[in-house]
Design a protein around this ligand. Structure first.
Ligand SMILES: [Zn+2]
Length: 194
């Protein structure tokens, strides 16, 4: 084994608004992954980070901030504030994860004492920010930055289902150099034994 093996864990957006029973953008069975995440948090990762979607009330990703537009089905164009030539289309959502509201809280079942650092994202009104690095997707950006990156399948639920199926997401991740692994796989075992 390489002596410089230094695994980090990023727990992405395990917040009330993304989970039943009260989330405004609840992912079906979102709370089911908590035991998996707590197991991962108990392993000897060198660094454990949790991200929080953390929006101002006038955030660009909320359909209610665009006259006549509906959440889930409508899109808006986002312009890079530092480079107006760079634009991309992003889906619009119901209002969610407003800074300092109950919906933006991390799930209380999470073993928060094990988390070293919380990273807030989506804090700028004009920009959508799905990723802990930049956008649009944390795992893909991590691979792009040169980190060997894996997504633990049991610890993942998709906000876009059934529009985007898990198989499609997996294909995209793997196409960008991110491995999708299981809790039983050798990657997690390697951390267990680190
Ligand atoms: Zn958001």
């Amino acid at each position: 084994m390489a002596t410089n093996f230094k695994p980090a864990l990023i727990v992405v957006d395990l917040q009330e608004d993304f989970c039943p029973p009260n989330g405004s953008l609840a992912v079906a069975n979102g709370r089911d992954i908590i035991p998996t995440i707590n197991t991962l948090l108990s392993l000897p990762f060198a660094l454990k980070i949790a991200t929080k979607d953390w929006h101002p009330a006038d955030h660009i990703s909320f359909a209610s901030n665009h006259a006549g537009k509906k959440p889930f089905t409508d899109f808006t164009t986002i312009i890079n504030p530092t480079n107006a030539a760079e634009t991309y289309e992003t889906r619009l959502w119901p209002v969610h994860c407003i800074q300092n509201t109950a919906g933006a809280e991390l799930l209380p079942e999470l073993d928060i004492s094990k988390i070293d650092k919380v990273v807030e994202k989506g804090t700028v009104k004009e920009v959508e920010m799905y990723s802990a690095f930049y956008d649009p997707c944390t795992a893909i950006d991590s691979a792009k930055e040169g980190f060997k990156t894996v997504v633990v399948a049991e610890g993942t639920r998709g906000v876009d289902q059934p529009v985007t199926t898990w198989d499609k997401v997996k294909e995209e991740l793997e196409g960008k150099g991110v491995d999708v692994v299981s809790m039983e796989g050798e990657e997690v075992a390697k951390v267990r034994n680190a």
